[in-house]
Design a protein around this ligand. Structure first.
Ligand code: PLP
Length: 379
């Protein structure tokens, strides 16, 4: 696929979108057909044969995602975890994976509870410490998985340093770019090989569709294997899911920038509040990854966490007191969400009990701050 030189704002609106060739409709028709007519000589005149292998709505979405990330191709999945699973399934038993220790807890659980029993070897290390990653390499390390900013402590990993370590070790790299989105972070510019997304979050943007994606920087034997697994393992999104994700992508740049502006203001408010022990937001100068985030990102994103001086009970109360923020897990939608993260992650969590995570939406920043103010005042 030819890479586009257009700006991200233009790509959000136009990549993968085109008036429908059959009807001139501006909004793409949803193609529910599971199968496609063959030529009399057995060919597939429009390139589609069976919907698990490819579907017009999925092709439009994949074209859009590849363009947004500046990759050679994208593969869409039924969820972010299905996308991650496909990457790990493309490895062999006995291969070794280095995964950042604060990757999304569901990805860690997938590695521990599903893939280690299938003989994948996994080391969890702090990828914000490039030396720790280097030390964890083994002769059979095939893949390094990073997530930056990470979940829920918003730690920042040096993508160029990790890509260099992997290149020397002949290992592949994957960056979970869910929190930053292609609007704020371009992992391929730093040498990452693959980008993964939970499209459920900012790409969809409205908390109404599950989806996942892998984008390849360049075509390779590994990307071909991913394409094979997409079709043969079959964790594919429905045509309507693809339609919703393509629709969401059109406003991605507007939402992410508005949400980021709100998050900067909220982080500033929380950092000054007496009841708050610590704010985890890379936009704050006090954040250990601030300088790196400033260099590696085009904005600090709309996710932040904070801990309460009053411990876990105070964290639970702040969440309970929220009126405008909605008490729910997940992130990236237009509505602001708040959650007590440790109780959501379960008994094996390493997240501090006094931590509250928020996904900042597109509401007015003043209203969001007023809500947090009253929730904290009622402690
Ligand atoms: N990666 C990150 C950073 C996430 O936050 C999530 C979900 O919360 C996932 C991956 C998994 O995505 P999904 O829930 O779409 O399977």
């Amino acid at each position: 696929m030819q890479k586009s030189t257009a700006h991200i704002e233009t790509l959000c609106v136009h990549a993968g979108h085109a008036p429908d060739a059959a009807t001139a409709a501006i909004s793409p028709p949803i193609h529910l057909s599971t199968t496609f007519e063959r030529d009399a000589d057995g060919g597939y005149p429009k390139g589609f044969s069976y919907a698990r292998a490819a579907n017009p709505n999925r092709t439009q979405l994949e074209t859009c995602l590849a363009a947004l990330e500046g990759g050679s191709e994208a593969l869409a999945f039924s969820s972010g975890v299905a996308a991650a699973m496909t990457v790990f399934q493309a490895l062999k038993p006995g291969d070794h994976v280095i995964c950042t220790q604060d990757a999304y807890h569901g990805v860690q659980r997938l590695l521990r509870e599903v893939l280690q029993p299938w003989q994948l070897r996994v080391s969890f290390v702090d990828a914000a410490d490039a030396d720790a990653v280097r030390k964890a390499l083994t002769p059979v390390t095939q893949l390094i998985w990073v997530e930056t900013p990470s979940n829920p402590l918003l730690r920042i990993t040096d993508l160029a340093a990790i890509a260099e370590i992997a290149r020397r070790a002949h290992a592949l790299t994957v960056c979970d770019n869910t929190f930053a989105t292609p609007v704020l972070q371009r992992p391929f510019d730093y040498g990452m090989d693959f980008i993964m997304h939970s499209a459920t979050k900012y790409l969809g943007g409205h908390s109404d569709v599950l989806g996942g994606a892998i984008v390849a920087r360049t075509a390779s034997a590994f990307s071909e294997r991913l394409r094979l697994l997409q079709s043969e393992a079959g964790a594919v999104p429905s045509p309507f899911d693809c339609w919703l994700l393509l629709r969401g992508a059109a406003t991605l740049h507007l939402r992410v920038r508005a949400q980021t502006e709100n998050a900067v203001r909220i982080a500033g408010f929380l950092a000054e509040h007496q009841a708050v022990e610590n704010v985890f937001y890379p936009g704050l100068e006090s954040h250990p990854g601030h300088a790196l985030a400033k260099q590696q990102m085009r904005g600090f994103g709309a996710m932040l966490s904070f801990t309460l001086r009053g411990g876990a009970a105070a964290a639970m109360r702040v969440v309970a007191n929220a009126k405008l923020f909605i008490r729910a897990t997940s992130l990236g939608g237009v509505e602001s969400l708040i959650e007590h993260r440790a109780s959501m992650e379960g008994p094996d969590t390493k997240t501090p009990g006094n931590l509250v995570r928020v996904s900042v939406g597109v509401e007015h920043a003043g209203d969001l701050i007023a809500d947090l103010d009253q929730a904290l005042a009622a402690l």
